[in-house]
Design a protein around this ligand. Structure first.
Ligand code: LLP
Length: 427
């Protein structure tokens, strides 16, 4: 059978005249579950993970999936079963990890605004490490742990001040960002942390940004991290691990980020050269593990040709796929069953009452009402950032595993949406 892969999407391909994910017809899935529908390839996730595992062969490394990228239980479960830890940023995320069978001791808790109740619950659960983002947070965490008769394992997030050369909203390691401890205060902060009775200093961490498509910002960050490790240890505070965060980009539109194993070959060479080759490592990848594993299927509702623009109105919208509206992000849009006639230029837009509700500008497509389109690279930061804006139900999600499919999230209902609301008087 004729099979044609799509760039950057090894598990999605045309077989004959139809788009498949692994061995499953996407139009059959849409027929069964309706649209918009998110569909994920388990093999794509495990392949992305194995690129990291190959890169780290023979080293002591904990891969903590940054589950903010996609926090659906059925996705977390894939990584938990593969032995991953998790980078969480709320008690909600920790609750999901535990519900999906993940191990608390492999969890690291990041984020600038942890509440006392979240710290308490995470200590109770026995998480592996807190990534602390400010001096004030160190004091509070120490207090909370002491009240519980415990010592909280901590790593301090430092701000290495390197430019990840990505969208400004997703750069996190520059001086002007709210994240991490400024370079010049790091040693002082470690000394403070080491003196606090409720803390057990374990490591150092950084995260410089997201959708990074070059190796150089990582190499710079690693250099600065190692300078800091040296300074911190010289000041008398030993460190168990180095956590270099996440951020590796994916191919949305022809980007060519380094493969995880190639990137880490360079980073490990640097570690070895500087004498830190035996140090325990952690990483927090999100997008690069799930982004290209997902597609969002959407049905064409109307064609609305115009004088200046042609609009192709589909049933997915910015509440399902918020990245274009938020970051001017590009997602490839492809027909599930291509038509042979000539294509035209369309803006693909959703039904939401905002001009910002677009999914793709100026796309060459040939589609008719009732046709299905696939919005690609929709595994990361789509469902996890979705909303109910315009009282739209959140989409269903399906996990594909070879020829098998698992419905991992039911389509939301209006009753689900209204469940927590109350009228103030009888209607
Ligand atoms: N660790 C920390 C502390 C983070 O803040 C993040 C992402 C990650 C790890 C994972 O980064 P990744 O490997 O996924 O790049 N919503 C945006 C992306 C925001 C990323 C926020 N932090 C988007 O859709 O592009």
């Amino acid at each position: 059978m004729n099979s044609k892969n799509l760039a950057g999407q090894p598990h999605i391909a045309y077989r004959g005249d139809e788009l498949f994910m692994e061995d499953v017809s996407l139009s059959a899935l849409a027929q069964q579950h309706g649209t918009p529908l998110f569909v994920y390839s388990k093999a794509a996730m495990l392949d992305a993970l194995s690129a990291y595992q190959r890169g780290f062969a023979g080293r002591e490394v904990q891969i903590c999936y940054a589950m903010k990228a996609n926090s659906t239980l059925g996705v977390i479960q894939v990584f938990a079963q593969a032995g991953c830890g998790f980078d969480v940023v709320s008690l909600g995320e920790l609750t999901r990890v535990l519900a999906a069978g993940g191990q608390a001791r492999k969890v690291i808790f990041s984020g600038v605004g942890k509440k006392r109740a979240e710290m308490r619950a995470a200590l109770q659960a026995g998480i592996g490490c807190f990534n602390v983002e400010s001096e004030a947070e160190l004091d509070v965490l120490s207090e909370v742990a002491q009240e519980m008769g415990m010592r909280a394992p901590v790593s301090i997030r430092v701000n290495p001040n390197v430019d990840p050369q990505t969208h400004p909203y997703i750069s996190t390691g520059l001086k002007g960002n709210k994240f991490g401890i400024a370079h010049e205060r790091v040693v002082h902060t470690y000394q403070r942390a080491a003196a606090l009775p409720g803390l057990n200093v374990r490591g150092i961490d950084c995260h410089i940004g997201s959708q990074i498509t070059q190796a150089s910002p990582y190499l710079d960050a690693m250099d600065r991290m190692l300078d800091l490790v040296q300074a911190i240890e010289t000041a008398g505070v030993p460190l168990h691990h180095i956590d270099l965060g996440g951020g590796l980009g994916i191919n949305y539109n022809g980007e060519t980020p380094p493969q995880a194993d190639q990137l880490w070959a360079q980073l490990l060479a640097k570690l070895d050269a500087r004498g830190y080759g035996k140090r325990a490592l952690m990483i927090e990848p999100g997008r690069s593990l799930v982004g290209n594993a997902g597609v969002c299927l959407t049905e064409v509702l109307y064609l609305k040709p115009g004088e200046q623009k042609n609009f192709l109105i589909v049933d997915a919208a910015m509440n399902d796929l918020p990245r274009p509206a938020m970051y001017q992000a590009y997602h490839q849009i492809v027909p599930v069953k291509p038509r042979s006639t000539e294509s035209q230029t369309w803006d693909v837009v959703g039904p939401i009452c905002e001009s910002g509700d677009w999914i793709g500008h100026d796309r060459q497509l040939n589609a008719q009402p009732g046709d299905l389109l696939g919005v690609l690279s929709a595994g990361a930061y789509c469902m996890s950032m979705s909303s109910n804006y315009n009282t739209r139900n959140r989409a269903a999600e399906v996990l594909v595993d070879g020829a098998q499919t698992h419905l991992i999230r039911d389509r939301e209902t209006y009753a689900d949406q209204m469940r927590q609301e109350h009228l103030s008087t009888a209607p």
